[in-house]
Write a new protein. Structure first.
Length: 219
């Protein structure tokens, strides 16, 4: 008797010879089940390193900022502080001082020694402390002492300046030029950290030929 090839055939029941228990093979009909005996076991390959990194380094800071409002507020405050400091620096540099005082040169060690007096001016009372002023002037005096020191290298630079009719410093920086550059960098740092926040500024002493240091006052 011929059977229709389009119709599935049911496999005969299989019985175990030991206990004669029936094994259901209905899931094998037509071999159309989504899972078969030969299908490989799927194992998750998701890396765990990302989760350890997230819980150790990313999650703890986020827990401190409990809401997006806190995050936005923190970013806004930081930007406001940076903008205010930058605006203050630019504003002072563009404004004219309302008053200026001079820190006179100290000639007690001779005319050839560039030093300035460390007495605290009374005009700075309530602006900066005497310790801050003394630190600024003392460091300026130390830098100028270093500029005026004598060594064989400085003597050689002076000889080369004379022999080249002062063309040497155009191509090679001298000890004095490097020291003055260091002085100007120090003054700029002091202005930014101490004097600008109190509406003050120290002028470049090179412009005054090191005869005095001028401190400017702003509204």
């Amino acid at each position: 008797m011929f059977t229709n090839s389009c119709e599935p055939t049911l496999p005969k029941p299989v019985y175990n010879s030991n206990n004669a228990r029936h094994i259901d093979t209905s899931t094998l009909i037509n071999n159309t089940s989504s899972s078969t005996i030969n299908s490989p076991l799927q194992i998750s390959t998701t890396p765990t390193f990302f989760f350890y990194y997230y819980y150790l380094f990313i999650l703890p800071p986020l827990l401190k900022l409990t809401t997006f409002k806190d995050i936005h507020s923190t970013i806004k405050n930081n930007n406001a502080m940076n903008t205010k400091a930058h605006a203050t620096t630019i504003d002072i540099k563009q404004r004219l001082p309302v008053k200026s005082i001079r820190v006179e040169r100290d000639y007690s060690l001779g005319d050839g020694i560039t030093r300035f007096r460390t007495e605290y001016p009374v005009e700075l009372d309530g602006k900066i402390t005497p310790e801050e002023f003394s630190h600024t002037i003392t460091e300026i005096n130390k830098i100028m002492d270093y500029a005026d020191r004598l060594s064989w290298k400085i003597v050689l630079e002076n000889i080369m300046e004379t022999l080249t009719i002062y063309v040497w410093p155009i191509f090679f920086s001298t000890h004095y030029q490097r020291t003055v550059k260091k002085l100007l960098s120090f003054i700029e740092a002091e202005n930014t950290n101490i004097y600008y926040p109190h509406s003050l500024s120290i002028s470049d002493p090179v412009k005054a030929a090191f005869l005095f240091i001028e401190i400017n006052f702003y509204d």
